[in-house]
Design a protein around this ligand. Structure first.
Ligand SMILES: Cc1cc2nc3c(=O)[nH]c(=O)nc-3n(C[C@H](O)[C@H](O)[C@H](O)COP(=O)(O)OP(=O)(O)OC[C@H]3O[C@@H](n4cnc5c(N)ncnc54)[C@H](O)[C@@H]3O)c2cc1C
Length: 567
């Protein structure tokens, strides 16, 4: 569509209201430019707002303040040992990885200067901490809890977070150990008191992505950013190949909105679009996604129509899932993450994951993206979709399962529906799930022999700091390994779910959208899961999706505003 009279004009228009959108909008306002954020759904914040809200930002100010070692060189060594190893991944050029490591800490500084209260996760090892440049304390940044009442009228416009209680991640992890530790019990009491005090003082705390995006929304509103909800961008307005604005489907009809300095697309990926999954990642299902309802991919298609190149379209941020009845993604809102069991559960002692022949085939710890890649790869040669989580009474007694507190009492419906299987012996359990009893017995025996010695000779589970961190800090000799030898025994299906997609349009070091010939489409920027990730086919650490969205939003806005690097 070519340009003409616009219904409205702004300096910068942002499509979608993810983290990158908010960050870019703030940069633009700081540079004195007018900004409109156009959001398709009725709520602001995107999947980012419902997410864990953590950002993986190497060499950040909070690491320095805490005396945690990191440097540009160390971070780049790690980037090269992880993202840099990706094959056929145009989203992750050396220059873009360098831009990420350079600009990430500046982005954090900028947000802090704008009054966004952030902090470092006290301990969250990189997911490949054993590789060159890996950090065991970790590089993850998150927002302070946020009282959504501070948003006033806008409170009801913020997409809710998945965490039911106002706790930091570290507190949540501690609470899950309350059966085996005093720290867990104390943390539970502390969070309980926070809830009680909030009732008395009229606070409406939110945490994780809700806190991050709540704080971002607050800062944006204060800075004069304009927001429109229920407004889907349909297409771009171009003039001689330059993007000049967007066409928005609004209630009273289409609106043509001009963008003098450019358009930034932060419209998420396509996790909620089965047709695009069938095309780019066959064998995966919208039923297993926890991504938000707006993640339907039409903006990626629209960018492709403008000539944008794409990359890594078959990658997702995999997230292993055991989905109990009632929380499935049947309504397009995404699986309710609070009620599923996943990585934190399968990586704990007293359980393993096996394929449909009863054989273990991977380290159940490690990155969730790698877990799901492994599952789908295994399924190419041995039936593994779904796989089976096998555990025992110790596991049920000590750890949370599918949103229920530790303990062997589980909803009767779970047994009646066949969602959760239970048997007195491993052999009986194997028969219930149609696996050869002798094979499962042999798998469990092999695992148990290693677990007693605190070793996993087959897959090295527990060898890296991250595996230990995922495990049970009160379990010895290994935090990650514990025998499966106390009946009754349990089984549940494991699906290769996801929290979003990881491929999209190819962008350059300035977050400009590139054509297939490598040239930039003038006036057009993109960030977040609309783009082919700077992390390639790897998830280097906690926050490797939200982090890049913010960083390349920051970069895009600075480029478009032609603002100085010292912003
Ligand atoms: C439960 C959960 C926990 C997670 N935890 C983390 C975490 O802690 N750290 C991490 O890095 N990742 C995490 N992830 C993944 C991460 O949240 C997402 O990958 C990320 O938030 C995507 O952000 P984004 O910036 O690409 O866009 P989003 O936050 O998804 O925002 C995109 C917005 O664009 C809107 N939109 C789409 N199309 C249009 C259109 N045509 N016009 C206008 N608007 C449009 C959408 O409605 C949406 O609001 C988690 C995901 C989930 C579900």
């Amino acid at each position: 569509m070519s340009t003409g009279n616009f219904d409205e004009e702004f300096d910068f228009v942002v499509v979608g209201s993810g983290g990158g959108a908010m960050c870019a909008a703030l940069v633009m306002r700081k540079a004195g430019k007018s900004v409109l954020v156009v959001e398709k759904t009725d709520l602001l914040g995107g999947t980012t707002s419902r997410s864990g809200g953590v950002m993986w930002i190497p060499n950040n100010r909070f690491m320095k303040e805490a005396g945690v070692p990191d440097s540009y060189e160390q971070a780049m060594a790690y980037m090269e040992a992880t993202a840099g190893q990706s094959v056929d991944a145009p989203g992750t050029t050396l220059e873009r990885r360098q831009a990420y490591v350079n600009e990430g800490p500046r982005m954090v500084d900028f947000l802090v200067e704008q009054g966004i209260k952030l902090r470092r996760a006290p301990s969250w090892p990189d997911y490949y901490d054993e590789r060159a440049g890996g950090s065991v304390p970790g590089r993850t940044v998150l927002a302070d809890l946020f009282d959504t009442n501070e948003l006033g009228e806008w409170k009801k416009k913020l997409r809710p977070n998945f965490m039911a209680i106002p706790a930091y991640h570290a507190e949540g992890f501690e609470i899950s150990t309350f059966k085996s530790s005093w720290t867990g019990k104390f943390t539970m009491l502390k969070v309980g008191m926070r809830v009680a005090l909030a009732k008395l003082t009229g606070k409406a705390w939110t945490t994780a992505g809700g806190a991050l995006q709540g704080r971002m929304l607050q800062a944006c509103l204060k800075a004069g950013v304009q927001f429109r909800t229920d407004s889907a961008v349909k297409s771009f307005v171009t003039e001689e190949g330059v993007v000049k604005g967007v066409v928005v489907a609004a209630q009273g009809g289409d609106l043509r909105i001009g963008a003098r300095l450019g358009v930034l697309v932060n419209a998420g990926g396509f996790a909620q679009n089965q047709a695009m999954r069938d095309q780019y990642m066959p064998g995966t299902s919208v039923e297993w996604t926890a991504a938000g309802p707006g993640d339907t991919g039409e903006m990626i298609r629209e960018l492709m129509a403008l000539g944008a190149a794409t990359g890594q379209m078959n990658e997702r941020v995999g997230n292993q899932m055991t989905i109990p009845p009632g929380v499935e993604n049947t309504d397009g809102q995404g699986v309710t993450l609070g009620a599923i069991s996943g990585q934190m559960n399968y990586a704990k002692p007293h359980s393993i994951v096996v394929d449909q022949t009863g054989v273990r085939y991977m380290n159940e710890g490690g990155s969730y993206m790698a877990f799901c890649q492994n599952l789908l790869k295994r399924n190419e040669t041995v039936p593994a979709l779904p796989s089976w989580w096998i555990s025992d009474e110790q596991s049920m007694r000590k750890y949370m399962f599918c949103g229920t507190m530790p303990g062997t009492k589980k909803p009767q419906e779970w047994y009646d529906s066949g969602f959760l299987m239970r048997a007195d012996t491993i052999e009986e359990l194997a028969r219930m799930i149609d696996i050869d009893p002798a094979t499962l017995r042999a798998t469990v025996d092999r695992f148990n022999a290693g677990a007693r010695a605190g070793r996993d000779d087959e897959f090295n589970r527990g060898a890296r700091a991250y595996d230990e961190w995922l495990g049970d800090h009160y379990h010895h000799p290994s935090n990650a390994l514990g025998t499966i030898d106390q009946g009754p025994f349990y089984a549940a299906k494991v699906w290769p779910g996801d929290v979003g997609t990881y491929g999209g349009v190819v962008t350059d070091v300035h977050a400009r959208v590139l054509r297939v010939d490598g040239s930039a489409i003038p006036g057009l920027y993109a960030t977040g899961t609309t783009t082919a990730s700077v992390m390639g086919r790897v998830y280097p650490g906690a926050g490797s999706s939200v982090g890049p969205s913010f960083v390349f939003g920051f970069i895009a806005a600075k480029h478009a505003a032609n603002a100085s690097n010292s912003l």
